[in-house]
Design a protein around this ligand. Structure first.
Ligand code: PLP
Length: 423
């Protein structure tokens, strides 16, 4: 009998015993093509020898040193590498153990920035309805994944939400993509004026929406207008690149393609590529200086901040993504994947939309393609697809989310960047 507390208590998943390139192998010897990198994690595949060597070497040298007492070489190295590739103005790195921790840290840093700069009345976050920022209570409260929030809503601080930028369902007939992007972004200003802009700390969004929507990029110009609004009202822009960052969309940071820089950006998943649990919150020099010249202490922290083995692994991952050319490969292979998906499913009666960037692609599943009518949520179509795919040796990441009152099912594909054409 298993004593593991599983995600689903009514079914027993197979036991994974080995990883080999883009494949996972279970205890029965069955191979699974990992077409979603788990949940957009395994960007280098499952048996990268350079990362494995770095982990071994670091474990033999220094496994752990608490950041209350020490910094460490691998943490410093990784921070330098990230900053030399980061969006403009981003100057400091706070290393954590995963995506939710990165977002929690970002929210708390944003609030503390307001205190340090004498703006204590600012106490609200605005996010989008179609978003997921993590499962810890603060991140969950801020995010807009209604299904995940619902059971815990009574014990959470209520977040404020605007519509997602989701052209497949929300662009009006005859409206240009640019006009739609502008209209969607302007909702932020409307919401700010409704809640009182002087009470808002930050707006948080995923540049390409992952788990709740299936790889939905914003319309051109959307984030430029968002940036303008944030600056106009003195609120911070936090980008959650936990899923879409680290080369997943074809640039190291997804926001590079939107031509903007955030005040804070969160990364995880692809940063450790599955070899180590690691995430990071990166912030601007302006925010860091407010703390440095103010209280001198970020009132937050976790035991495993800046873990040396995790940092050593992530440093090699980022090196391979940047100098090693894997971000470029994500962009190139992503184009091929997009073409293949359109060729195979472009006219499929139950595929309403094929979208995404780089190696981050989503298919929206619909009952009727012409009317975009979603499947009945009770059918749990995305979950069924996941099971059938796994039984047939394919790992893909399904999802459904309430999108402005409409239920949408999707499947997310996020293969390792090393995948070959034939795979
Ligand atoms: N933010 C985004 C955009 C995510 O997709 C996720 C996880 O799926 C998280 C935050 C939370 O990350 P973690 O599961 O590592 O805590």
């Amino acid at each position: 009998m298993s004593h593991i507390f599983p995600r689903h208590t009514k079914s027993q998943p197979p036991t994974a015993v080995r990883g080999d390139g883009v494949y996972l192998i279970d205890s029965e010897g069955k191979n699974y093509l990992d077409a979603s990198g788990g949940a957009a994690v395994s960007c280098l595949g499952h048996s990268d020898q350079d990362v494995i060597e770095a982990i071994k070497k670091q474990a033999e040298t220094l496994a752990f040193a608490h950041t209350g007492f020490f910094t460490s070489e691998p943490a410093e190295r990784l921070a330098n590498r990230l900053i030399s590739n980061a969006p403009e103005g981003i100057e400091r790195v706070y290393l954590v153990s995963g995506g939710s921790e990165a977002v929690e840290s970002a929210l708390k840093l944003a609030r503390q920035f307001m205190l340090e700069t004498d703006q204590p009345k600012r106490n609200k976050f605005i996010a989008r309805r179609q978003s997921y920022h993590g499962n810890t209570l603060g991140a969950l409260a801020t995010g807009g994944n209604m299904w995940r929030r619902e059971p815990f809503a009574p014990v959470m601080v209520e977040g404020h939400h605007i519509s997602p930028c989701y052209e497949y369902r929300n662009r009006a007939e005859g409206e240009s993509l640019e006009d739609y992007g502008l209209r969607a972004a302007n909702e932020l200003e409307t919401k700010l004026l409704e809640v009182g802009p002087e009470t808002v700390i930050a707006f948080i969004a995923e540049p390409v929406v992952g788990a709740t929507a299936g790889a939905v990029p914003a319309a051109p110009g959307y984030f430029k207008r968002i940036r303008e609004i944030c600056d106009q009202y003195g609120i911070l822009l936090i980008l959650d690149e936990v899923m879409c960052g680290m080369g997943r969309t074809g640039s190291l940071f997804a926001c590079e393609q939107d031509g903007i820089a955030p005040d804070i950006v969160c990364i995880a998943k692809g940063l450790g590529a599955g070899y180590q649990p690691i995430g990071a919150m990166l912030c601007s020099g302006r925010i860091y200086e407010a703390i440095e010249q103010g209280s001198g202490f970020f009132q937050h922290g976790h035991t495993y901040l800046g873990h040396p083995i995790a940092a050593a692994a992530a440093d090699v991952v980022v090196q391979k993504l940047t100098e090693g050319g894997l971000v470029k490969r994500s962009a190139e292979m992503g184009e091929k994947l997009d073409q293949a998906l359109h060729a195979e499913f472009g006219q499929h009666p139950h595929i309403g939309d094929i979208r995404g960037r780089g190696m981050f692609r989503g298919l929206e599943l619909v009952k009727d393609r012409a009317s975009k009518t979603p499947f009945d949520p009770a059918m749990g179509i995305a979950g069924k697809l996941k099971k059938v795919a796994q039984a047939n040796g394919l790992i893909c990441y399904p999802g459904s989310g309430t999108i402005d009152g409409k239920q949408g099912d999707h499947v997310l594909l996020a293969p390792p960047f090393i995948i070959s054409d034939s795979q």
